[in-house]
Design a protein around this ligand. Sequence first.
Ligand code: SAH
Length: 495
Amino acid sequence: MVDKGTVYLVGAGPGDQGLISAKGLAYLEQAEVVLYDRLVNPLLLEKTKFDAELVYAGKLPQRHFLRQEAIHDEMVRYAQAGKSVVRLKGGDPGVFGRVGEEAAFLEEYNIPYEIVPGITAGIAAPAYAGIPVTHRLYGTSFAVAAGHRKGKDELELDWEALSKLDTIAFYMGVKNLPTIVENLIQNGRSESEPVLVIQWGTTTKQKTVKAELGTIVATVEHEKLSNPAITLVGEIASEYTGKSWFENKPLFGSSPLLLNDELSENVAKQLEAEGAEPFLYPRWHKTMLPLPQIEFDHYGEVAFQDAEDVTVFFKWLEEQEIDIRQLQAVFTAKTERAKAALHSYGIRPQAQSNAEAKLLLANDARFCEEGYAYQQTMLKTKVNSSKIVLNRLLEEENLTEIIVPSVAACELLLELYSDYPALRKLNLLALSPDVKQRLLSLHRPFSESVNTDAWPMTNWLNQWFEGQVDAVAGDFVHRSRQSSGTGEQAVSAVY
Ligand code: SAH
């Protein structure tokens, strides 16, 4: 349980959302306010309560968004207002994370706090490049070092001492790489010593390059690497021989936006297992509707759309103090999930019935078939965090494509297009022929011919869905500009 008025200084891990600690995640899930940094994976924000307040405390290298002092003030302000606050920081909060200053400030104001360590990039990025930072064969010491010097308040590195250590992970060191290399060589390291630079480690944008101390500056320049990156110097780097276990996953590098309907969670899990990082959009907040004026006795069949509808039904029976055995109705399940849920209540649903009066319990009228009365079970609303996350993903240019799982989801897509024109540049994947048909019929903005041979996502999804997946090109803004010459306006007019 989180305490009101307490600040939790939590390490979010280096990027991969799974690398936050169990304790950190539990705090995040319960927090009322979350102040998050730039290097925190935005998808972690979807773990928060639906009504949590999310505040960006990120700093882009050139633009100071919220200054450190302002972050201190915000933490104090929220805590004094009695909120439970998570201050979510990239990696480990105590490794170049200024947690010392933040904790001291909280102490000054008598605000209770906790520190939850995280996995630091200097260890995690090499691990995802397949390299341990210590290894019996490659020495006995490992150091972390800051590769940049911010101002005169910060200490200069002791290059002589540092150079004596076996493996060194430099943080924030890309810009300063020439100085780092020069100092290491001056202090006895060999020009032929192997070096790894790992950019955006543990994320779908991870990129690893290997060179020697003497050549790394040119290589990094040639490959256009920039921060955030870890520079790992030491013989252990010779173990990197190409793509790592992580970089080799079939869908490594894919960050699709997956429109969120009933099918999507399952698809998302499969994609994750293959190395992709899907963003389910939007996140739904569901609340059970109050007991309706309904005579369950009246129906000869009660059909359930999904597992949640089963749960709500039993809550309603409980409220009415009805014993399930009093109901004469035949129960049917519209999906495997509903069937499994009924099984867990000791009910074996039938495949169908020939009852005259039939009732469908579902959370959307679109599921209702002819011959059924419809009773809604839950109210679904979009959670605000999704937009915040989407904005961050767009800022970092993380998204690689959009997956449209169902015909119903096409509506969500159109909404997204009008709110976020930038998304129209991404290609679409339709998970069934009818979705593709629907997309093509919408306003004919899409082109059918996309060369997807080099696109692992389509191939992989195709195997999973038995060849049902089709790519439909986005890039609508671009083409409509060419044809009409009126730009954005033409686009809005179409929708
Ligand atoms: N507290 C963080 C470090 C913050 S300093 C931690 O423990 O990891 C910011 C620097 O960390 C970046 O300039 C970069 O050098 C490094 N860094 C953070 N995340 C990274 C990532 N995913 N991949 C590579 N380097 C990363």
